[in-house]
Design a protein around this ligand. Structure first.
Ligand code: FAD
Length: 472
């Protein structure tokens, strides 16, 4: 009898799941499913305990959905990626698996693991991989000379051209493969204590789809005008579900176009579509430039930048004690909720790199240890953008001023006041430079003074970048 195994990874859903659909062909074959947790990832801080929690809840929800379809889900904890190859090999022998289905993952270690698994199963189990977690497969959109895009705008244009010719379709969930089963027991993933608001991040693909539908219906058309203001609900906040694969970018695209058919031609919703394309952009860069998965800068001369060793400054940044309200409120939002608004990610990253001149990799790692939506490609892409070390990054001589950024994007101060009650007494006009107001009043605030003089820090950072550049 044919036994098919579907290995779930960052694709914890049954809707629009090409690998599951292909395995459940309705030809009477036995279908079983597998999820492997690898705790070493969160021990090494490459995954936030919150995200481990979110994944575990989604694995449980997936187990229930699969059980209704008559598909048993086996969940196991293995120490690391290497061990998962031997584990699956033995599992396939024990359960007489003849075919293995899965979605590709594009990070270097994951690609190596899959190649090792295919070698181990060669001649015993037929492996079928499918592209997922992207609008278009990495490597399928290339420049005229067949190379990968290093600049976003031409990549985006090429993606839109391709989507206009043929839209990717979402596949429906499979029909039942057998009689409904009891939901599986999910082992403890053994992650450290964490706090996650289930009201902010409800579990399950149905909740994600509802949020997507509401966003596309009510907010996507206004996205361009609202997306930069952290106090407003102007963005979708769908990143956690996209990161664990409870939702696919294809589902986002299809839902967007149902509400805004002109999004592909620059109409309402077009700017949100661009964000989904940024996500694809960083994935195709990650495949084309394996050094990204090894946390290397993509612009070689930037490897020579003289970063400061400043554990105290780094700690103050992590804890939201830099004395710059927009940076501190952002970091407190991250620490308390596991999510941070995109404009704030750019400001907080820029401050660490270009005001404190601390190596961007320290910030990247810290974000990964906290983010519920942590994702290697988007996080590394975002950090290398802010550090001016990546593909199509912020030019190195452009440095955000944290005070004016606050004044521009949190003008009324609603966001800062929410996270920094110590600034309650400070009037709105002074909120983003509270030390100036406190000095004039002769007051001492229960809030740190600025860690650096922005103007001076800017000058020394520009000099450090220039010096690295001169060594080229
Ligand atoms: P929306 O604005 O509604 O956008 C829709 C979706 O598009 C997002 O959910 C996300 O999947 C994708 N997207 C949006 N902006 C970007 C972008 N700039 N790059 C790549 N994809 C994007 N995003 C992550 O998903 N995980 C991360 O670990 C991550 N780390 C980041 C670190 C830094 C320093 C920066 C500057 C950005 C980072 N981003 C990351 C990108 C972006 O900040 C988040 O995707 C976005 O804030 C999520 O909120 P949203 O779902 O409301 O996004």
């Amino acid at each position: 009898m044919t036994t098919r195994l579907v290995w779930f990874r960052r694709d914890l859903r049954i809707h629009d799941h090409p690998a599951l659909k292909a395995a459940c062909r309705g030809d009477g074959a036995r279908v079983i499913a597998l999820y492997l947790a690898t705790p070493q990832q969160w021990e090494q801080h490459s995954m936030a305990p919150r995200q481990a929690w979110f994944i575990r809840q989604h694995v449980a929800a997936l187990g229930r959905s699969l059980a209704e379809l008559g598909i048993p889900l086996q969940v196991a904890v293995v120490p690391d990626y290497r061990a998962s190859v031997d584990w699956i090999d033995a599992f396939c022998q024990r359960h007489r698996v003849t075919e293995l289905f899965y979605h590709y993952q594009y990070e270097l270690d994951e690609r190596r693991r899959d190649a090792a698994l295919e070698r181990a199963l060669d001649g015993k189990v037929t492996c079928q991989g499918f592209d997922d977690g992207v609008l278009l497969a990495p490597g399928s959109v290339t420049t005229g000379s067949g190379t990968s895009y290093q600049v976003f705008t031409p990549f985006s244009r090429a993606v839109i051209r391709r989507l206009s010719q043929a839209l990717p379709e979402c596949v429906a969930p499979p029909s039942a493969c057998g009689t409904p089963l009891r939901a599986p027991d999910i082992p403890d993933f053994d992650y450290p204590e964490q706090t996650v608001s289930e009201a902010d991040f409800p579990v399950g693909e149905v909740a994600a789809q509802a949020r997507l539908a509401a966003f596309c219906h009510q907010t996507a058309a206004e996205y361009d005008a609202q997306r930069d203001f952290p106090a407003r609900p102007g963005t979708s906040r769908l990143s956690p579900w996209l990161a664990v694969g409870a939702l696919s970018p294809r589902q986002c695209l299809v839902q967007l176009l149902e509400n805004h058919p002109d999004a592909l031609t620059g109409g309402p919703g077009a700017v949100w579509l661009k964000e989904l394309i940024w996500r694809d952009f960083y994935r195709q860069v990650m495949v084309a430039r394996p050094e990204m998965s090894r946390y290397q800068p993509l612009i070689p001369w930037t490897a020579a930048i003289d970063w400061r060793d400043d554990p105290q400054g780094f700690q103050a940044w992590c804890e939201g004690r830099t004395g710059f309200p927009i940076v501190d409120a952002a970091m407190r939002q991250l620490n308390a909720t596991g999510w941070m608004h995109n404009r704030l990610r750019m400001i907080a990253a820029s401050f660490l790199i270009k005001d404190l001149r601390i190596d961007w990799r320290q910030g990247e790692r810290y974000f990964m240890s906290q983010l519920i939506d942590g994702d290697l490609a988007s996080n590394n892409g975002g950090w290398q953008w802010a550090a001016s070390t990546g593909c199509d990054a912020q030019p190195w001589f452009r440095i955000f001023n944290p005070t004016t950024q606050g004044q521009k994007f949190d003008r009324g101060g609603a966001f800062v006041r929410h996270w920094l009650p110590a600034l309650d007494a400070v009037p709105g006009s002074a909120l983003h430079a509270p030390w100036e107001w406190a000095d004039k009043q002769g007051m001492v605030l229960d809030y740190p003074r600025p860690l650096v003089d922005h103007k001076q820090a800017r000058e020394t950072t520009l000099a450090a970048y220039q010096a690295a550049r001169n060594k080229e």
